[in-house]
Design a protein around this ligand. Sequence first.
Ligand code: NAP
Length: 498
Amino acid sequence: MARGLWFLSRAVGRLRPLLVQGPTRGFSASAPEQLHVCVVGSGPAGFYTADRMFKGHEGAQVDIIDRLPTPFGLVRSGVAPDHPETKIVVNQFSRVAANGRCSFFGNVTLGRDISLSELHKTYHAVVLAYGAESDRLLGIPGEDLKGIHSAREFVWWYNGHPDMCDLCPDLKNTESAVALGQGNVALDVARILLRCKAELATTDITDYALDALRGSTIRKVYLVGRRGPVQAACTAKELREILGLKNVCICIKEADLLTTPADEEEMRNSRIQRRVYELLSKAASAHGGNNYNDQKELHFVFFRRPTRFIPAENGSTIGAVQLEKTVLKGDEVTGKQVAVGTGEFEDLKCGLVLKSIGYKSLPVQGLPFDKNRGVVPNLRGRVLSSESETATVERGLYVVGWLKRGPTGIVATNLHCAEETVASILEDDKKGVLRPPSDSKKHGRTGLLEILEQKNVRFVPFSGWEKIDSMERMAGQLRNKPREKITTWDGLQKAANE
Ligand code: NAP
């Protein structure tokens, strides 16, 4: 039997009790009416949505599809390996997946294996939770030089995302790396570059990344922000962690810490900004001037915006970033302090650049998309036909997570976001405005399985992921780490099929 069909027969086997368990929508008053929901994306936003659907509707059947063979999205491929406490949430998500009303279909790509309109016809509600898998661009000369990567690519590389296992960033030919941006992702990549490798060795970082980091010649990391220390986008906990790294000298110019009345006002309005500023000030005075030969250096560079990437002598790899000094000005419309160039430039030499200026969501065919904001226009999670005031609601189509609100917030932010979207679905269901699937016999899971079978899509069920999980844990045990990730598409598919 073809592998895809093998998966199919197992999934149908698991499905059968569900099919006989309760009547379909509108057939009986005694059993709960079934509500077929498809969630696209199995990261935190997707799993919190499924969880809230089960709690809010006793007839909800939720199918989660994901383009990867593995579930959990950013928790697996985004959260830093040295933040295991953030990953504990997968236990909660696994309990959701174990609910008899939930099914996982890994290795299924929306837009390639199945279209939005096919899903729309098959389910009462489709919830898009596929996040932000691309990057904002700076749009400055030299952006495609070798040695320049987005932070997302670098993070996916060390976290073993199968799309980036071959990135091979060159960490050997330079002593300086530049991270552009001062958000938590910039702090993550800087910390991974600087952290003591013995500490990293006991995490779930991939072996190839650990080897590359062990051989790294990078001693100095520059975190470059276009605004000042009051506006640094990181949070206090993450900042405190990087400031406390063993054997790393923190370099901050005292002059950058001077504040204006507008800065003081910002800090009065935001406890996080005040805390971040205080931590940076304390670090500047604590570390002032002390440097030892074997120490690595972390430089916080403020009031500089990148204007050009300058090639090294070979003409093809990055040699330096040209930075323009900036001053802050209040924006007339938003009142927010924005960076304005002064026309004064300087070059910062480096052999590696990690652009950490934010992730970007991508649209799929048939999905309304606000290109400027990089989100799906929506009203409390209900997808709108456009971002204009006259937009109409797209019946049965919902959005959650980064695709709904942009690439901001921590894992838990998605819980509130999912609650809002699920509340909209439940409200629409009560009002009877959800469109019934077009073929009443092939709706929900049955319909999805039929489409996948017709297209010969080899999907990976949750039991396939459990096999991957157990192999990774066993391989990790041999290396005294929580898991050794399988990092190739082939490897993952083989492991799921064992
Ligand atoms: P972010 O927090 O939005 O930070 C983006 C950074 O890029 C800011 O410093 C921003 O500066 C800068 N930037 C944007 N456009 C730029 C440009 N054209 N030129 C120069 N600089 C530019 O994004 P992120 O770091 O990717 O993080 C995404 C979300 O994930 C955040 O909410 C973050 O807290 C979360 N996260 C959390 C953790 C954690 O909790 N441990 C870890 C990783 C990520 P401006 O402020 O001037 O725009």
